[in-house]
Design a protein around this ligand. Structure first.
Ligand SMILES: NC(=O)c1ccc[n+]([C@@H]2O[C@H](COP(=O)([O-])OP(=O)(O)OC[C@H]3O[C@@H](n4cnc5c(N)ncnc54)[C@H](OP(=O)(O)O)[C@@H]3O)[C@@H](O)[C@H]2O)c1
Length: 350
C-alpha cells in the first residue's frame, strides 16, 4: 500500500511538533513540516522554512510538494486583539492549502485545528458542555473564518476536510504563545529556587471552576484518525482528555511532584511578576545543567494569566467523536505528572 505523506503546517508548535513525532513514530507516514524557524531537534521529517504570510514565498517553497496525501493545519499567529487574529490566520491557511493542493493531485484530506474558543470559552461563562453544533460567539473568531473557507473551498473536490476543537493543549514545545504545561513547570521551578512554597497564581474562581485540557499526544492520535477514517470526512469534533478537573485538586499534587510545600492561592499577574526572572533562570540553567533555551521561549506568561483567571466552568462534550469511533482518553492528573517527569528527564526544568 502506498505510503501517506503528511504536510504539517506549523510543525514546531505544541500541536504540530507532537503530531510530527506521532506520525514519524507510526512508520508508514512520510512527513514534511512547515515553519519559519528551523527545528532545534533531530527528526526523520523533512523541514521547509516558509513564511506563510508571504504568498510568493509559499508558492515557491510548497509548489515542489507533489505527492502530499494529507495536510494537517496547525499554524498560528498571535495578535493583540481577537479581531486582529482573523486576517493573518486565514491568509496562512489559504497560502498553505492552495499551493499544496495545486501541486499534489493525490491530496485526500485537509485537517484544521480549531479550538474551544469558537464557543466563547475565553470570553466568560458560556453554555456547558459545549457541543459541535452550538453557534459561535459573537464574531469575529478566526476559527470560524478558517472553517467556513475550508468548507467552501472543499466543495466539489476529491479530498475531504475535518476539524478538531481541543482545549488548552498540553505537550512540549519551545517559543510558543500557548503552553500551560511549560508555564506550570517553569513557575514551580522558579518558586522552588527562590525557596518559596508552590502557590496557585490564579483567581479563587479559576481555582474552583471545572476545567479541561487536551494532551498533545491524544490530539495527534485524533488528528491522524480524522485523516484516515471515512466517518470523519467533512466533520468537526470536540477533543479533550474527556475528563474534567478543578485546579484546587491538582495543584497540591503538582507541589508533591516538584518536592515543594503547598500554600494554596496567591493571585499574581504572572506576566508582570515573572518578567524579571530571566537572569535567575539563566543561573538555574547553569546550576542544574538544563538545556540552554531562552527564558522568553520557555513559558508564555500571558497564557498562564488567561488560563488561571478563567473564573467559569469550561466543559465541552466529546460524545460525537466517540460515537464516530475514536475512543482514546487520558487521565489529566496522570498526564500533568507524566509531562513534568518528561520535562525533567529532558533537562528542560530542574
Ligand atoms: N496551544 C493550545 O493550548 C491550543 C488550544 C486550542 C486550540 N489551539 C489552536 O491550535 C492551533 C495551533 O496552536 P499551537 O498552540 O500549536 O500554535 P504554536 O505553538 O504557536 O505553533 C504555531 C506554528 O505555526 C508556525 N508559524 C507561525 N507563523 C508562521 C508563518 N508566518 N509561516 C509559517 N509558519 C508559521 C510556527 O512556527 P514559526 O514560528 O517557526 O513560524 C509554529 O510551528 C491554533 O489555531 C490555536 O489557536 C491551541
Amino acid at each position: 500500500m502506498a505510503r501517506n505523506k503528511a504536510v504539517i503546517v506549523g510543525g514546531l508548535g505544541v500541536i504540530g511538533r507532537n503530531l510530527l513525532q506521532h506520525l514519524v513514530g507510526l512508520g508508514d507516514w512520510d512527513v514534511v513540516a512547515l515553519s519559519r524557524r528551523a527545528p532545534d531537534f533531530d527528526s526523520e521529517a523533512e523541514f521547509i522554512q516558509v513564511d506563510l504570510l508571504d504568498r510568493v514565498d509559499a508558492e515557491a517553497k510548497l509548489g515542489g510538494i507533489t505527492d502530499a496525501t494529507h495536510i494537517f493545519y496547525c499554524a498560528f499567529q498571535a495578535r493583540p486583539t481577537w479581531a486582529e487574529h482573523n486576517a493573518p490566520n486565514l491568509a496562512m491557511l489559504v497560502n498553505a492549502v492552495e499551493p499544496i493542493e495545486a501541486a499534489s493531485p493525490g491530496l485526500r484530506h485537509v485537517h484544521l485545528v480549531e479550538g474551544n474558543k469558537i464557543y466563547g470559552s475565553h470570553l466568560g461563562p458560556f453554555k456547558t458542555p459545549a457541543k459541535e453544533d452550538d453557534p459561535p460567539h459573537m464574531l469575529p473568531n478566526f476559527y470560524y473564518d478558517q472553517e467556513m473557507w475550508l468548507r467552501r473551498h472543499q466543495e466539489g473536490k476529491a479530498w475531504a476536510w475535518s476539524a478538531l476543537r481541543p482545549h488548552t493543549v498540553c505537550g512540549f514545545a519551545v517559543g510558543n504563545p500557548m503552553n500551560i504545561t511549560t508555564v506550570i513547570g517553569v513557575y514551580a521551578a522558579i518558586s522552588k529556587e527562590l525557596g518559596l512554597p508552590l502557590r496557585f497564581p490564579g483567581t479563587p474562581g479559576a481555582y474552583n471552576a471545572v476545567y479541561q485540557v487536551t494532551d498533545a499526544d491524544l490530539l495527534a492520535k485524533a488528528m491522524t484518525w480524522c485523516g484516515v477514517t471515512p466517518a470523519a470526512a467533512n466533520q468537526v469534533y470536540n477533543i479533550t482528555n474527556t475528563d474534567f478537573f478543578r485546579w484546587c485538586n491538582l495543584w497540591p499534587k503538582f507541589a508533591e511532584a516538584f518536592g515543594m510545600e503547598y500554600a494554596g492561592i496567591q493571585t499574581i499577574n504572572l506576566t508582570e511578576f515573572m518578567a524579571d526572572k530571566g537572569p535567575l533562570w539563566d543561573s538555574m540553567v547553569q546550576k542544574h545543567g538544563l538545556r540552554p533555551y531562552k527564558y522568553a521561549d520557555m513559558a508564555a506568561w500571558p497564557f498562564g494569566d488567561y488560563v488561571f483567571k478563567t473564573d467559569w466552568d469550561v466543559m465541552t462534550d466529546t460524545l460525537k467523536i466517540r460515537r464516530h469511533g475514536f475512543h482514546d482518553c487520558v487521565d489529566s492528573e496522570e498526564m500533568f505528572l507524566r509531562m513534568f517527569r518528561q520535562f525533567r528527564d529532558m533537562k528542560v526544568i530542574p
